[in-house]
Write a protein that binds this ligand. Structure first.
Ligand code: HEM
Length: 371
């Protein structure tokens, strides 16, 4: 995935995420934190830093953006979420479109215009800064603009805006929701949290923050992530596909234009394929490798249309969880287990946002104070 090449920018976003939790924490007493927005803002920041070189959440403003730009960005994000899960009455009663009562479609048009203007301002700003690349890290917009020079007919501003938009909409909620499910699972299974902490302590120690290059040495952490994907896939029906021509698959005739939905949740929780499928057992993934080919685990889909962001997502999710586990102690709030019910939405969210208690680990305080 070419996106993971923006390592330096991405790491900036991830370190800030740990720093902001450190700032809100108290060394000795546990603090309560609502994790859904923490994860969402972190992923959005990481992606926006990679795309355009700036982040838009947290109050300790560092980049040269002004508050008006920040306000616009937050407004666009909030509105996108309000409309993306909504039912469009005009899809069922097309007559409403002709009489102009299709309100959702109108809202979407206005939102698209706002979003396009925002993205275009960022692109124009990068065009003006051309030639200063040596003084700052190269962003995705810089790369796409250099491709525009060699292939202007394909890499138009409109295509670049579309790419920025698709990365944000396909990458943010999916990664953030996966982290929230994973943290909820480890809080309900504290022995897994201790095992993951021990693994990170043994491999990374306490004098530096876990980094990209440590991830392949952390099989138990990967077990936690894969087990989360298996039990709570954020795209449980993957994404609908349609056959472009008549075809036959394993004896089944599939006419042209048939919509195909893959129920990956059912496969990943099938007792014929998995031992005690509703039990959280990260160890089942240690030495799992070959089984992936059997289509038993497919959180990112398969084939030509599989998720192009998989490698990036694995790093962002892996590093975020690893740093939370390395730096802080985590506990459930109150006596009740974390509520694991699923809510409705485009990407399978938790019905109740995760709220947890945390404080910095004594052996990590020196390092945290230096971040
Ligand atoms: C945990 C995080 C993620 C999960 C679970 C996930 C899952 C998926 C799934 C299931 C699909 C549909 C595959 C299919 O049609 O069979 C998909 C498509 C896609 N994903 Fe992801 N994704 C994640 C993160 C990301 C990120 C970070 C990006 C971009 C930076 C991204 C970009 C895309 C795009 C552009 C598509 C559409 C691909 C196409 O239709 O050709 N995803 N993703």
């Amino acid at each position: 995935c070419p996106l993971i090449a923006f390592k330096c920018l991405r790491t900036r976003g991830e370190t800030r995420f740990v720093r902001s939790l450190r700032d809100a924490s108290n060394e000795d007493e546990y603090q309560v934190v609502e994790m859904k927005s923490v994860f969402f803002e972190m992923v959005l920041n990481v992606l926006m830093i990679m795309i355009g070189g700036r982040r838009y959440y947290n109050n300790d403003v560092d980049d040269s953006r002004n508050s008006e730009e920040l306000r616009k960005f937050k407004e666009i994000v909030t509105e996108t979420f309000q409309v993306s899960g909504a039912t469009n009455i005009g899809d069922f009663l097309p007559i409403l479109r002709w009489v102009g009562l299709d309100k959702l479609e109108n809202r979407l048009k206005v939102l698209k215009e706002k979003r396009d203007n925002f993205m275009q301002d960022l692109i124009d700003e990068h065009k003006k800064m051309k030639g200063c690349q040596g003084q700052r890290n190269e962003t995705l917009i810089d790369v796409l603009l250099s491709l525009q020079q060699t292939d202007p007919e394909f890499y138009t501003d409109e295509i670049i805006r579309g790419m920025m938009q698709v990365i944000l909409s396909a990458g943010t909620d999916t990664s953030a929701a996966t982290m929230e499910w994973a943290m909820s699972l480890v809080l309900n299974n504290p022995e897994t949290l201790i095992k993951a902490q021990t693994e990170i302590d043994n491999i990374v120690g306490h004098s530096r923050l876990v980094g990209d290059s440590d991830l392949p040495q952390l099989p138990y952490l990967h077990g936690i992530i894969n087990e989360t994907f298996r039990m709570y896939p954020v795209a449980p029906m993957l994404v609908p596909h349609e056959s472009s021509t008549d075809c036959t698959v394993r004896g089944y005739r599939v006419p042209e234009g048939t919509m195909l939905l893959v129920n990956s949740w059912a496969i990943q929780n099938d007792p014929k394929l998995w031992d005690e499928p509703r039990k959280f057992k990260p160890y089942r993934f240690v030495n799992f490798e070959g089984k992936r080919d059997g289509f038993v685990l497919m959180p990112f889909g398969y084939g030509r249309r599989r998720c192009p962001g998989e490698n990036l997502a694995m790093r962002v999710v892996g590093l975020a969880l690893a740093s939370l586990i390395q730096c802080f102690e985590w506990e459930i709030v109150g006596r009740e287990m974390v509520d694991m019910r699923e809510g409705a939405g485009l990407t399978m969210p938790k019905a109740q946002p995760l709220v947890a208690k945390y404080r910095s680990r004594p052996m990590m305080r020196k390092l945290l104070s230096q971040l």
